[in-house]
Design a protein around this ligand. Structure first.
Ligand code: NCD
Length: 310
């Protein structure tokens, strides 16, 4: 595997191998000396053209734990803000010796272009492209589900409910592909304005009622951030209305089964899509998701830059 652009490119065997490696590499983070020599001499560039806290930092930690050199390149402080094209920026990074480029970009397809237009030889890892995909997020979600629900290697017959702003969510799209590849059943629920038409073609069921979906007693409830920056006013309506129908709070939180897992990719809008009570509930694995982000990104960087057995 030279690049990771979309979870739809991963076979079941690829996905399980990445998760197994992530699990093993995660153990390094528990040691006193949190470093392996696996990627010594390799250079990883984090090219972040859109804001990020946890994803950028966790790619940085992941690369460092594998002894790669890491360069952080953010749009605001680079020539991209002077209008340099993505192609020119990428070729400059290549000339500077980048072996892998981790890219986050507001345009859907940016990572794909970088990987397949022949501009650079580096491995490309998609860290979120517009509303399209965020494959490492889906992998860390799958790892978290696997660990918490003790499912074994895949997620056969696990029922996952993804809730909220489905339309703008690259997290939802990457999860829909990966979770189903691993054998899970996926339902998406959200208001009609934030539900893409034809989403069922991806193999999921869809619902316009949170209550109806919760009545089916899902094993996992994955709440999505309301992505105001990608919407116009009509799509959201009032925040009060949104919270009333779509927040994981009160009765809805109480209706979850005793071992239902609560996930959220962060950053959370507490009080909008999720209540503080839900975010801090013992069934929530939100901080485990963050920790697993490092393990999964170590596995992905290792796979694209070194490959083969650990
Ligand atoms: C997600 C993203 O950027 O797509 N966040 C993340 O990577 N942790 C989700 C979001 O921003 O809502």
């Amino acid at each position: 595997m030279k690049h990771l652009i979309s979870t739809s490119d991963l076979s079941r065997a690829d996905a399980i191998a990445l998760l197994n490696n992530a699990q093993e590499l995660g153990a390094v983070s528990q040691r006193e000396v949190k470093r392996l020599p696996a990627l010594r001499g390799k250079t990883v560039v984090n090219l972040f053209v859109e804001n990020s806290t946890r994803t950028r930092i966790s790619f940085e930690i992941a690369a460092t734990r594998l002894s790669a050199d890491v360069i952080n390149f953010s749009a605001a402080t680079s020539s991209l803000s002077k209008g340099e094209s993505l192609k020119d920026t990428a070729q400059t990074l290549q000339a500077l010796g980048a072996d892998a480029i981790v890219i986050r970009h507001p345009a859907s397809g940016a990572a794909h272009n970088l990987a397949h237009r022949g501009w650079v030889n580096a491995s490309i890892v998609n860290a979120g492209d517009g509303s399209h995909e965020h494959p490492t997020q889906a992998l860390l979600d799958a790892l978290t589900i696997r660990q918490r629900l003790q499912t074994g290697e895949d997620l056969q017959s696990v029922n996952v409910l993804i809730v909220g702003d489905i339309k703008h969510s690259r997290v939802a799209r990457s999860n829909i592909h990966l979770l189903q590849t691993l054998g899970a059943k996926v339902e998406v629920a959200g208001p009609p304005t934030l539900m893409p038409t034809g989403i069922e073609e991806l193999g999921v069921t869809s619902s316009l009622s949170f209550e109806d979906s919760l009545a089916k007693k899902p094993d996992v409830v994955m709440m999505l951030r309301v992505q105001r920056e990608r919407m116009n006013d009509n799509q959201l309506g009032s925040e009060r209305d949104y919270a009333k129908h779509w927040s994981l709070a009160d009765e809805r939180l109480r209706s979850l089964s005793a071992n239902c897992l609560i996930l959220h990719p962060g950053p959370m809008n507490r009080g909008l899509e999720i209540s503080s009570e839900a975010a801090d509930d013992p069934r929530s694995a939100i901080l485990e998701q963050v920790a697993n982000g490092v393990s999964v990104r170590m596995a992905v960087l290792y796979q694209v830059l070194a490959g083969g057995e650990l």
